[in-house]
Ligand binder design. Sequence first.
Ligand SMILES: NC(=O)C1=CN([C@@H]2O[C@H](COP(=O)(O)OP(=O)(O)OC[C@H]3O[C@@H](n4cnc5c(N)ncnc54)[C@H](OP(=O)(O)O)[C@@H]3O)[C@@H](O)[C@H]2O)C=CC1
Ligand SMILES: [Fe+3]
Length: 461
Amino acid sequence: MENTGTDTLPLNMISSEEQETVCIFGTGDFGRSLAFKMLQCGYSIVFGSRNPRTSSLLPSGAEVLSYSEAAQKSDIIIIAVHRDHYDFLTALTEVLRGKILVDVSNNLKINQYPESNAEYLAQLVPGTRVVKAFNTISAWALQSGALDANRQVLVCGNDSKAKQRVMDIVRSLGLTPLDQGSLIAASDIENYPLQLFPMWRFPFCLSAVLCVFFFVYSVIRDIIYPYVYDKKDNTFRLAVSIPNRVFPIVALMLLALVYLPGIIAAILQLYRGTKYRRFPDWLDHWMLCRKQLGLIALGFAFLHVIYTLVIPIRYYVRWRLRNVTVTQAIAKKENPFITSQAWLSDSYLSLGILGFFFFVLLGITSLPSVSNMVNWREFRFVQSKLGYVTLILCTAHTLIYGGDRFLKPSNLKWYLPLAHVLALIIPCTVLVIKFLLILPCIDKPLTRIRQGWERSSKLSK
Ligand SMILES: NC(=O)C1=CN([C@@H]2O[C@H](COP(=O)(O)OP(=O)(O)OC[C@H]3O[C@@H](n4cnc5c(N)ncnc54)[C@H](OP(=O)(O)O)[C@@H]3O)[C@@H](O)[C@H]2O)C=CC1
Ligand SMILES: [Fe+3]
């Protein structure tokens, strides 16, 4: 068996004259892009192909041989072939024995096959050391220099030396290898590029459902109802007024839903008397996407702030102000200054501003670059304490606004405050239960459960 003699040396021991030879099976898009990048980085490339002839598509400097000839040139072989066509490799079992096979393949669907492609490859060609890598990088990203794309290469394999060599290659290409452990991780790595925002799906769907519900409710209340009873055309409210009612409600509900699973978990732990039992799957999933829920809530809060800032320049608002002034002037009437009204309006505005400020702070601390700078206790402090302060401020803001607007005796009709009542149910419930949970008589047993006391006392029995 011919060998280049360099490929058993670690990468950093190879002198500039001695290039490590890497073999790539398959001259398709991915094989070519990877070869292009590797040639740039000083590797010598040998392609294995069904039709071994040089073509203008292939990067210059690469050799093209038959599969079995190419395999003999290197002890690292990158299999840039789709899984469906792996069969030809069985005939090469002897040539491939002891070599490192890098599986780069992806599937079309999540969990398309019972076993991962890399495990299938390892079964198909026994005696080889299979490493899964590169499937998270696209051919396009490799060719365009990967500057604006994901640079992380997830790597896994059962042979740690083989894995290390592949990780060295990944690093020398300017990419970041992430060791994911043994080949069992391959199915997760293969599913990874096929996932579409897995953690964002539930928050997105939930916020869409809430938006639609409150939008329809507001349209019925502010447009259809006045039209049916007073023949008033209020359709212009669709543009600003109604979105500015829907967005803060959805923001507040989502923010409360960030803290609700933690409370449900605490109640479950108290009820079970132990922390050593799994939470139901729905609760687990909900806990995992709290950050996404919070960020979407922050987005809605932003929209509410912007929509609120434009209120004074709206035609309808300016018209009403002028109209009221003129009417009062003609009637020679004056509006008395009501101090309690001034207090209410100023305090709800101030609560809103502070709530939004803490909300933004919360969002900033959840950014990885910031959360990497704080330790676990600091992170918990910010996300939990600051989070509850935000929730209290925003709930109080909505409470005062809703109370001020809708609970005046003249306005008190059942259909008027419903949206606000609905919006406030979850935040108020969360805050009340949280308050109960921090009472010493509940907090102490909960802390004991969370520190694992129950288990140790059971074990010692
Ligand atoms: N394209 C991309 O962005 C990415 C691709 N991948 C993975 O890389 C692998 C290759 O993908 P890609 O290069 O895009 O695919 P292509 O279809 O462009 O190339 C596949 C290559 O496989 C070889 N091959 C061997 N046996 C057969 C056969 N029986 N029928 C057809 N082709 C065969 C061919 O090379 P030859 O003619 O020289 O024998 C062919 O060029 C796949 O497993 C894919 O999942 C992973 C990440 C990203
Ligand atoms: Fe508001």
